[in-house]
Design a protein around this ligand. Structure first.
Ligand SMILES: N[C@@H](CCC(=O)N[C@@H](CS)C(=O)NCC(=O)O)C(=O)O
Length: 242
């Protein structure tokens, strides 16, 4: 049995929902409400000591880290594979995945956080905000750097610069096929999807105005059957969440 702890708007959860949908797997979900602090409850921290989503339970065994979960799912349920069989292509896909985890995934956070979450934190007092961040196992310093008012213009620009690099690399990669590592839809495409969709939701689709292959890739991504299954209503809501 597959049980996913996730949040609709969480890009890391979207990655896993894309793979579950691509592989046609049945699962049950528990939605984590960040505003209520579900991710910091003692019970949830036993499953995921980092206090973040997603967490997958497979027959009650917890698996954490969205990229690890996605590889696990592809190994445990090999039908409709999202990884190349060829070892060199597999290494190439993993190099992409590593780059995505290191560069665009953290770079989308300042943009995402300023758009989605600052409206919530700006309502807290400084003491409430500091008390909240004190409880975060993984991100205390990241949140304090951000502060209640959000990331600075300088941080936002640095993030956009890194995301521009990613989009340039995608444009080059897509010269060789419909998908990032060739003609097979893989975990590289999955890992990039939530970041690119989030950029679009934050009003930054101008970043691929002059990257036609990336624009075409995004259209293909959105018409794949797994997309609407993973992006259930609410997954792209820009309003403040609690
Ligand atoms: N490396 C982790 C990161 C997970 C992560 O950062 N999840 C975010 C949502 S996308 C979260 O739970 N954030 C809660 C917080 O910032 O307190 C993964 O890929 O699973």
């Amino acid at each position: 049995m597959l049980h996913l702890y996730h949040a609709l708007i969480s890009t890391c959860s979207q990655k896993v929902r894309l793979v579950l949908a691509e592989k046609g797997l049945e699962w049950i979900g528990t939605e984590i409400n960040f505003g209520r602090g579900d991710h910091l409850s003692a019970d949830y921290l036993k499953l995921n000591p980092n206090g973040v989503v997603p967490t997958l339970l497979h027959d009650d065994h917890p698996i954490i880290e969205s990229s690890v979960i996605n590889e696990y799912l592809d190994e445990a349920f090999p039908d409709n594979s999202v990884r190349p069989k060829n070892l060199r292509r597999l290494a190439h896909m993993r190099a992409w995945r590593q780059y995505i985890d290191e560069v665009p995934t953290p770079s989308i956070r300042p943009i995402s956080f300023n758009t989605f979450f600052v409206p919530i934190w700006s309502k807290m007092t400084e003491e409430e905000f500091l008390a909240y961040t004190e409880r975060l196992p993984l991100r205390k310093h990241f949140y304090r750097k951000m502060g209640r008012k959000g990331f600075s213009q300088e941080e936002m620009e640095a993030s956009i610069e890194r995301l521009n690099q990613t989009i340039d690399r995608m444009e080059v990669a897509l010269e060789n096929g419909l998908w990032i590592v060739g003609d097979q839809y893989t975990l590289a495409d999955v890992s990039l999807t939530p970041t690119i969709v989030r950029l679009e939701d934050c009003g930054r689709s101008d970043l691929w105005d002059r990257r036609p292959r990336v624009a075409g890739w995004l259209e293909r991504i959105k018409t794949r059957p797994n997309f609407d299954v993973a992006y259930v209503p609410g997954s792209r809501d820009l309003g403040p969440h609690n």
